[in-house]
Design a protein around this ligand. Sequence first.
Ligand code: 6OK
Length: 372
Amino acid sequence: MTTPAVTYNLIKKDKHTGARLGQITTPHGTFDTPMFMPVGTQASVKAMAPEELKEMGAGVILANTYHLWLRPGEDLVEEAGGLHQFMNWDQGILTDSGGFQVFSLAELRNITEEGVHFKNHLNGQKLFLSPEKAIAIENALGADIMMSFDECPPFFESYDYIKKSIERTSRWAERGLRAHKNPQTQALFGIVQGGGHKALREQSARDLVSLDFPGYSIGGLSVGESKAEMNHVLDFTTPLLPENKPRYLMGVGSPDALIDGVIRGVDMFDCVLPTRIARNGTCMTSKGRLVVKNAKYARDFRPLDEKCNCYACRNYTRAYIRHLLKTDEIFGLRLTSYHNLYFLLDLMRKIRAAIKEDRLLDFRAEFFEEYG
Ligand SMILES: Nc1nc2cc3nc(NCCc4ccc(CCO)cc4)[nH]c3cc2c(=O)[nH]1
């Protein structure tokens, strides 16, 4: 029996909720969970240097198969020695499989049993992605954790459509397992789908758990459904997944959704939110969102967040950062991006400490009291 590329160690279960304190071990290191993973879609977490990501405590970061397949091409990345070498990142890397990106970016042609036919969102060129092709690209990129090729159906699609979709997604997952060339060094996760339908989430989870993946993603969420609907799906989906394997909720990154996901037993999260909103001057603070570009901060010489200990908050003021953003100074984007990522990574540190001391629900109450 070969040792799997990724293992999960459950350290402690929270007394009052479904939260877990754990560690995930990969070929590029061991990382504490629950964790937030910064998104570096095109092999760069926008505006951040690897050293800065390390100093703020990032362990695993994301890259996207679809984007890197198009540019610069997985063959070039492979020639560079793989993603870690190419982007000078020696810790964890997770790649999404392209499924979601195709549906959200490309002009969709059609989905068949074989795979997805679509147009390159950059030049309209006809393209085709199958489970085998997606897995081959992820093998070439060399990520420690790879996603199966799946369909992320619209949350509100009909029961019948989603039933057919999850059954195909399970067949695709099995084809991906067979096509996977490096199970000893790259862990392939299954992605549970099923929209908002309990019976379909159960069927999808059952199918994928029977294929014995080293970890499981919960897909099909954070696609426009309400937070209450997401939490409701999590309530009945995470318990279907093995306790001794990591659970990854895809595309979730607001502070409240992170806390509520942890409480429902999720270990890993990713989202473009912190870096995306940073670039238009919106900052996450302990008192809620702060749009630092707003005129009212022109002469505000306080840090973005007076409770934050990050590089941006220790050295710069709202007035200065607002000035940089208003004058299109790139350093402005760097400071807001740094702060927002630090804010979420620090939130996960606080959540892990709260689980350790069985006070996660108290922490949640205190956090929401201030966050608003
Ligand atoms: N393979 C796969 N990947 C996914 C990625 C996802 N990402 C999301 N949500 C991201 C939502 C999201 C997108 C952009 C912003 C920036 C501010 O608007 C914030 C959140 N849901 C997701 C679902 C899936 C999924 O089922 N399968």
